[in-house]
Design a protein around this ligand. Structure first.
Ligand code: FES
Ligand code: FES
Length: 180
């Protein structure tokens, strides 16, 4: 049965006409929208190479029927950097040598972004390893990956601390009647 999907991918609206309802979100992203940064490893939910954010939650896009994502917001590896600046997780992967061949890396990065947004790790390496355990790396870059996620956690905490300080300073100035 033909159907039309509406997806917002990396902030851009897409209309995708499907002749049948069976394609996965992974195949639609790669083959219909042309975003090949999301990788197909096992195509059966076992490797995490296809991880994207679906309405902010990390998912294996090979396990999501595209039809079920109609109206959703999707973020892929192509949509992470902003204004030419790498996302802190991307920067931390580079600086911590967290990959070798790179095939699993987009999925690792997207999973790490989702994991940190879940806010459960507290930067603890054991919890990070557990939270990233659905993302396999055939090159066994795991020590670097864990180090990168810890580093990204620290960077994001520091940035959040700076934003909180800025807000407090602005509120102080407002209380004292000074211009912001
Ligand atoms: S390609 Fe989706 S989990 Fe492996
Ligand atoms: S860097 Fe090669 S599979 Fe992970």
């Amino acid at each position: 049965m033909p159907l039309t999907l509406h997806l917002t991918v990396n902030g851009e609206a897409h209309r995708v006409d499907l002749t049948d309802p069976r394609p996965t979100l992974l195949d639609v992203l790669r083959e219909r929208i042309g975003l090949t940064g999301t990788k197909k490893g096992c195509d059966r939910g076992q490797c995490g190479a296809c991880t994207v954010l679906l309405d902010g939650q990390r998912v294996n896009s090979c396990l999501v029927l595209a039809a079920s994502a109609d109206g959703a917001e999707v973020t892929t590896i192509e949509g992470l950097s902003a204004d030419g600046a790498l996302h802190p997780v991307q920067a931390a992967f580079i600086e911590n040598d967290a990959f070798q061949c790179g095939f699993c890396t987009p999925g690792q990065v997207m999973s790490a972004v989702g994991l940190l947004a879940e806010g459960e790790t507290g930067g603890d390496p054991e919890r990070i390893r557990e939270g990233m355990s659905g993302n396999l790396c055939r090159c066994a870059a795991y020590p670097g990956i864990t180090a990168a996620v810890m580093d990204a956690f620290a960077r994001m905490e520091a940035a959040e601390g700076e934003r909180a300080d800025d807000r407090a300073r602005t509120e102080d100035r407002a209380r004292q009647g000074e211009p912001a």
